[in-house]
Design a protein around this ligand. Structure first.
Ligand SMILES: Nc1nc2c(c(=O)[nH]1)N[C@H]1C(S)=C(S)[C@@H](COP(=O)(O)O)O[C@H]1N2
Ligand SMILES: [Mo]
Length: 530
C-alpha cells in the first residue's frame, strides 16, 4: 500500500520539520537570553517585543486584558508571544525541509523584528540592545539550516538493496543533531538566567542594606475603629504582598539604590539639581496613610490599595528648586515624572504644591519599596489616579506645561487630568452568594481621596436608601470601611451602594467606562437568599 506508506513518510517529514523549527526558535530564544544576561536583561527579545506590543495596544484592549487576566496580564502576553512564535517556527521548519535557505532567512527576519523593537524601547541604551535578538536569530537560523539538511533522506541509489534504508539513517542523524541542539540551547538558557540574576544582585543587595530613617512627621494616629472586623472586607492597610500592581514593565526594573539618581529640571526651575538617595534620605521625612487607586479600576474592581508610606515631601523639594505653582505665578503647570524604563506620567503642579502630602516615597508599610512597587523611589500624590501621579522607579522630574507635552497614557486616549472619583464597593456578600434568610452583613469600603467619605448608603432592590454604619475615618486620603445589617428575605435581591464625599457630592449613578478618566456608577451585587 504505497499510499499509506507515503502518507506516513510525509507525516514523519512534517514532524521533523516542525521539530527543527521549534528547536531553532528555542535556540534563538536561549542564545538571545544568554546575550541579554551578559548585556542588559531588559533587552531580551520577548521583553522588548512585549513592550512594543503593550505600547501599541489600544486603551480598550488593554482595559480588556486587565479585566480578563488581571495581574496575570503580563504572563498571558508572554505566553501569547511564545505561542505565536511557536506557530511560525513550525511553519518555517516545514518550509525549511524543501527550502533551507528561505527557512533560515525567515528566522533571521525575526531577529530583525526583535532588534527593531529593542532599539525602539524608550529605555534603550543604544545599539547593544539589538544584539540579543540578532545573535539569537543567527544561532536559530544556523540550527534550522543544519537540522533541515539532516532531515532530508539522501536519494536511494539505483540498484541499491535498500538495506537499512537511507531514510532511517538520516532520521537517526537528525535525532542526534536535534538532541545535541536541545542540550546546548537548554544550557545556554540556564546560563542566561544565571547572568540575568547576577545583574540584579547589586539592586537586591542595595535594597537589603537600606535602613529607612525615622519620619520627622510620623503618620497621625489611626483612630480605633477604622476596622470593623468583618470577614471579607478589605483591611484598612493592604499588605505589600497583596497590593495591586499595574504597570507596563514586562521585566520589573531592578534599580541599584547606590547608582540611582533623581534629576529635577525644567521650566521655572532656577536651581536644577540631581539628587542621590542618601541626600533625599537626609531630609525630614513624612509618613502617611494613603489610598492609591488605578484609573482602570472598574466599578467594584480590585485595583485599589492603602499603605503607610514614608517619603520626602515633594512640594518642599520643588520650592527649593525655585518652582512656584501656577497660582503663585509659576510658568509650569505640569510636572512630568519619568521612570528608568522610560514611562512618563504627568501631574498638575498646582495639586502637587497645594499642601497635600505629595511625596517621593521610599518606604511602604515599614519596608523599602518592593521592586514591583517602584524601588528605590516612587511618586505619590493623594487624590489623583496612579497614572497621573504615582511614577514608580522615578528618575527624572521635568517641569513643563500641559500644552507642551503629553505623557505616555495621555498619548493613548486617557485624560490629562484625573482626580479620583468618589466610589464605594461591596466586599461582602460576594456576587451570587446564597446567604440564609435573616440578618446578613453587607459591608465594604468607600473612598474619595482628598475629600473623604461622610456617608454610605445601601439599597435593596428598589427599596429606600438606608444609612450604613461608618468605621472611624483615618483621614481624607484613605478609604473608609462601612457595614449594614440587612434583614434578608427569601429570593433574589440586588444590593446597591452609594457614597457621599466630604464636599456633599453623592456618588453618581451615571455609568461610564474607565477610559478616559475613571469609571463612575454604583456597585451592586446580586444574591439569592434561601
Ligand atoms: N514607571 C511606571 N510607574 C507607574 C506605572 C507604570 O506603568 N510605570 N503605572 C502607574 C499606574 S497606572 C498605577 S495605577 C500605579 C500603580 O502602582 P502599584 O503598581 O504600586 O499599585 O503606578 C503608576 N506608576
Ligand atoms: Mo493605573
Amino acid at each position: 500500500m504505497p499510499g499509506v506508506s507515503s502518507f506516513r513518510s510525509k507525516l514523519v517529514r512534517a514532524a521533523m520539520g516542525a521539530a527543527a523549527g521549534l528547536l531553532a526558535a528555542f535556540t534563538a530564544l536561549a542564545v538571545a537570553g544568554l546575550a541579554a544576561g551578559l548585556g542588559r536583561r531588559a533587552a531580551g527579545p520577548v521583553t522588548v517585543v512585549g513592550g512594543a506590543v503593550i505600547d501599541r495596544t489600544p486603551a480598550a484592549v488593554k482595559d480588556f486584558a486587565i479585566r480578563a487576566f488581571g495581574e496575570n496580564d503580563k504572563t498571558v502576553l508572554r505566553l501569547g508571544i511564545l505561542a505565536v512564535l511557536a506557530l511560525i517556527a513550525v511553519a518555517l521548519g516545514v518550509l525549511a525541509l524543501a527550502h533551507r535557505r528561505i527557512g533560515a532567512a525567515g528566522v533571521l527576519l525575526f531577529g530583525i523584528v526583535g532588534a527593531a523593537a529593542a532599539l525602539g524601547r524608550p529605555d534603550s541604551t543604544g545599539l547593544g540592545d539589538a544584539l540579543p535578538s540578532i545573535v539569537g536569530a543567527v544561532a536559530g537560523a544556523a540550527v534550522l539550516y543544519v537540522l533541515a539538511s539532516r532531515a532530508v533522506p539522501a536519494p536511494v541509489p539505483a540498484g541499491a538493496d535498500g538495506r537499512g534504508g537511507t531514510g532511517v539513517w538520516s532520521r537517526r542523524g537528525f535525532l542526534t543533531a536535534a538532541g545535541v541542539t536541545a542540550v546546548a540551547a537548554t544550557s545556554a538558557g540556564a546560563l542566561g538566567r544565571f547572568f540575568a540574576a547576577r545583574q540584579a544582585q547589586g539592586a537586591v543587595a542595595s535594597r537589603a542594606a537600606l535602613v529607612l530613617p525615622e519620619p520627622a512627621s510620623p503618620a497621625p494616629a489611626v483612630p480605633a475603629g477604622v476596622q470593623l472586623g468583618i470577614t471579607g472586607v478589605s483591611a484598612f492597610t493592604t499588605p505589600n504582598s497583596g497590593f495591586y500592581r499595574v504597570d507596563t514593565a514586562l521585566a520589573v526594573p531592578e534599580v541599584d539604590a547606590g547608582t540611582w539618581r533623581l534629576r529635577v529640571h525644567g521650566k521655572g526651575v532656577t536651581r536644577p539639581r540631581t539628587h542621590t538617595l542618601d541626600e533625599l534620605l537626609a531630609r525630614p521625612l513624612i509618613e502617611r496613610d494613603i489610598t492609591l487607586t488605578c484609573v482602570s479600576n472598574e466599578v467594584g474592581g480590585p485595583y485599589i490599595g492603602s499603605a503607610r508610606w514614608l517619603g520626602i515631601p515633594l512640594a518642599d523639594l520643588l520650592e527649593e528648586a525655585g518652582v512656584r505653582p501656577p497660582s503663585k505665578g509659576g510658568r509650569a503647570d505640569q510636572l512630568v515624572a519619568r521612570s528608568v524604563d522610560g514611562m512618563t506620567l504627568g501631574s498638575p503642579v498646582e495639586d502637587v504644591m497645594d499642601g497635600r502630602d505629595a511625596m517621593l516615597a521610599v518606604g511602604m508599610n515599614g519596608e523599602p519599596l518592593p521592586f514591583e512597587h517602584g524601588f528605590p523611589v516612587r511618586m505619590l500624590v493623594p487624590g489623583l489616579y496612579g497614572y497621573v501621579s504615582a511614577c514608580k522607579w522615578i528618575t527624572d522630574i521635568e517641569l513643563t506645561t500641559f500644552d507642551a507635552y503629553d505623557p505616555y497614557w495621555v498619548k493613548r486616549e486617557w485624560a490629562r487630568r484625573a482626580p479620583v472619583r468618589t466610589q464605594s464597593r461591596i466586599d461582602t456578600p460576594k456576587p451570587f452568594a446564597r446567604p440564609a434568610t435573616g440578618t446578613v452583613t453587607v459591608a465594604g469600603v468607600a473612598w474619595a481621596q482628598r475629600r473623604g467619605i461622610t456617608r454610605v448608603e445601601i439599597r435593596v432592590d428598589d427599596g429606600p436608601w438606608q444609612d450604613a454604619d461608618l468605621a472611624a475615618q483615618a483621614g481624607v486620603d484613605t478609604w473608609r470601611q462601612w457595614s449594614h445589617r440587612w434583614n434578608a428575605t427569601p429570593g433574589g435581591h440586588t444590593i446597591t451602594v452609594r457614597a457621599t464625599d466630604g464636599t456633599g457630592q453623592v456618588q453618581t449613578d451615571q455609568r461610564t467606562r474607565t477610559v478616559p478618566d475613571g469609571a463612575s456608577g454604583r456597585h451592586s451585587v446580586f444574591v439569592t437568599v434561601s
